[in-house]
Design a protein around this ligand. Structure first.
Ligand code: KIV
Length: 266
């Protein structure tokens, strides 16, 4: 199985739904890879892996360490890596330097960056210089300090119209796909119809061209998750039960048994 390419994802619009999940580690990438079209090394790793309050403190170095692991653990999915806050907003030149490092030091095929019309010039600059870009509009978690929280976007007429303009600007600038996060459903549908690149919904609509979720959220690693998450498993409970059993076995000296110990050869 060959790795999916940027044109293959771009051309999937209006055909097959695109399957995307976040991944941060090599073993998880290996497990997800056969089932996904794209793996996102999301800056959500700040909260998911490092227990940070938001993605704002995430560094390029953190993204590189996890991005390289995900590339090593996959051979089919297109790997997209998030540009962390502060690594691209200043200028197209700053964005190019950061994106080039992210791709060269991880082997990922594309970067994702947050922002609509305001990022159009930067997206065009990167694409013209050989860096494929996924846009991200709607709820943009790196802007949490401006937005004041993680609530759904597009509830007012003004914001609804602005977000359509943002998605159009990102597509026109040359992004090959755009994540549409945390918006009222009619807006996700309207954006999907308004632009000619795939929309990847998260808290959007089943009518988006694809879907993405944070892997730990959908596996049930956290009690509290956003409304748009469907928990496909309750892994935290299963891990806790396994560890409780291990702990009981150790305390009762019933582990290890003959099956887990080395005996002298007779
Ligand atoms: O960082 C991330 O995981 C993301 C997804 C939520 C789209 O940007």
């Amino acid at each position: 199985m060959r790795r999916l390419t940027v044109p293959a994802i771009r051309n999937a619009k209006g055909k097959e739904p695109i399957v995307m999940l976040t991944a941060y580690t090599v073993r998880m990438a290996q497990i997800l890879d056969p089932h996904c079209d794209m793996l996102l090394v999301g800056d959500s790793l700040g909260q998911v892996i490092y227990g940070l309050d938001s993605s704002v403190p995430v560094s390029v170095e953190m993204m590189i360490a996890h991005g390289a692991a995900v590339v090593r653990g996959s051979y089919h999915s297109l790997v997209v890596i998030d540009m962390p806050f502060g690594s691209y907003e200043e200028s197209p030149q700053q964005a190019f330097r950061s994106a080039a490092r992210l791709l060269k030091e991880t082997g990922a095929a594309a970067v994702k960056l947050e922002g609509g019309a305001v990022m159009a010039e930067t997206i065009a600059f990167l694409v013209a210089r050989g860096i494929p870009v996924v846009g991200h509009v709607g709820l943009t978690p790196q802007a949490v300090n401006i937005l004041g929280g993680y609530g759904a976007r597009g509830r007012s007429q003004e914001e609804y119209a602005k977000l359509i303009d943002d998605a159009r600007a990102v597509a026109k600038a040359g992004a090959f796909a755009v994540v549409v996060e945390g918006v009222v459903e009619p807006l996700a549908i309207e954006i999907t119809k308004a632009i000619d690149i795939p929309t990847i919904g998260i808290g959007g609509s089943a009518q988006c061209d694809g879907q993405v979720l944070v892997i730990d959220d959908m596996l049930g690693m956290f009690d509290r998750v956003p409304r748009f998450v469907k928990k496909y498993e309750q892994l935290a409970e299963k891990i806790e039960a396994a560890v409780a059993q291990y702990s009981a076995d150790v305390r009762a000296r019933s582990f290890p048994t003959i099956d887990q110990t080395y005996q002298p050869k007779s």
